[in-house]
Design a protein around this ligand. Structure first.
Ligand code: ZN
Length: 246
C-alpha cells in the first residue's frame, strides 16, 4: 500500500463571508469537506495567514507532502521569510498546488520567476468550458473531454507564466477569452500544479470534476522518494570505487 500523503491547505482567512461570499464556512473548510476523508491522504491540516508563522512552521512544512495555496487579496501580507521557507521546501520535493487567485501569490512568483499576477480578468458571470488537453496525464484521469462551469470569473491570456512543463487544461469563456487553466512546472525536486477554477463567488469546489482534478493533482505532486544526495566534494570517483582504488 502506498504511503499516505500529508496535505496542508493554506488560506488567508478562516471565515470571511464578505471576502468569500459563496464559502460561508471558509475556503479551508471547503477543501476539508472533500479531502479529509480521501483515502490517499494521511494527515490533513489547515493553515491561515493570521496564525503564528502563517501556520507554516518548519515542523508543519517538513511533515507536509503537498501544500494547497488559495490566496486572494492579502498576498502582500505574507512574510517573505515564510515564502522563502515554502520555496526551499518545494525545491526539496514538497508538492504545491496553486489554486485560482493564488496565481498572484508571492510563492508562485518566487518559484516561477515571472510576474504571474498578470492576466486578463473580469467578473461577468461568464460560462467557462474547461478542455482536457493531456488526456493521458494522471491529473486528468476521469475528467473527460471537457466540463462546464455555468458561472465563473474570467481569466484570460496572456498569462505571464513561463512556458509550462505540461499543459493539461485550457479554458474557454463565453466572453471569448481562452486561458491555460491547468499546467505543471517542476522546480528543483518539487512538482507544482496551477489550476485556475475556484472563484470565491461560486461553489466551484463542490463540482465533481474539480474535486477529482485536485485529488489527482495531490497524488501526482506528492514526492515519490529519492536518495539523500550529498552536494559536497567527492574524493573518489564511481569508477575508482568500482576498480577498488583507494
Ligand atoms: Zn476570484
Amino acid at each position: 500500500m502506498p504511503k499516505k500523503i500529508n496535505v496542508t491547505t493554506w488560506n488567508e482567512e478562516d471565515v470571511n463571508p464578505q471576502y468569500q461570499p459563496a464559502y460561508q464556512e471558509g475556503m479551508n473548510n471547503a477543501f476539508a469537506a472533500f479531502l479529509k476523508d480521501d483515502e490517499q491522504i494521511g494527515t490533513f491540516r489547515t493553515a491561515t495567514l493570521n496564525q503564528p508563522e502563517h501556520g507554516l512552521s518548519e515542523e508543519v512544512l517538513n511533515d507536509t507532502d503537498v501544500l494547497l495555496w488559495w490566496g486572494h487579496i492579502h498576498h502582500q501580507l505574507v512574510d517573505d521569510a515564510i515564502v522563502e521557507r515554502v520555496r526551499q521546501r518545494v525545491l526539496k520535493g514538497m508538492g504545491l498546488l496553486v489554486l485560482h487567485s493564488g496565481h498572484a501569490s508571492k510563492i508562485f512568483k518566487a518559484l516561477l520567476g515571472t510576474n504571474t499576477e498578470q492576466l486578463r480578468w473580469r467578473e461577468s458571470h461568464d460560462r467557462e468550458r474547461v478542455w482536457t488537453i493531456d488526456h493521458n496525464h494522471p491529473i486528468a484521469a476521469g475528467v473527460g473531454e471537457y466540463f462546464e462551469i455555468d458561472q465563473s470569473e474570467t481569466y484570460g491570456e496572456c498569462f505571464n507564466i513561463p512556458t509550462p512543463d505540461e499543459l493539461i487544461f485550457i479554458s474557454w469563456y463565453s466572453g471569448g477569452e481562452v486561458f491555460r487553466s491547468g499546467c505543471t512546472f517542476k522546480r528543483g525536486r518539487g512538482k507544482i500544479f496551477f489550476f485556475s477554477p475556484g472563484h470565491e463567488s461560486y461553489r466551484i469546489y463542490d463540482m465533481p470534476p474539480v474535486q477529482r482534478i485536485i485529488k489527482n493533482a495531490i497524488g501526482w505532486a506528492a514526492p515519490v522518494g529519492y536518495p539523500d544526495i550529498a552536494y559536497n566534494e567527492h574524493k573518489r570517483s564511481p569508477e575508482a570505487i568500482y576498480l577498488g582504488h583507494e
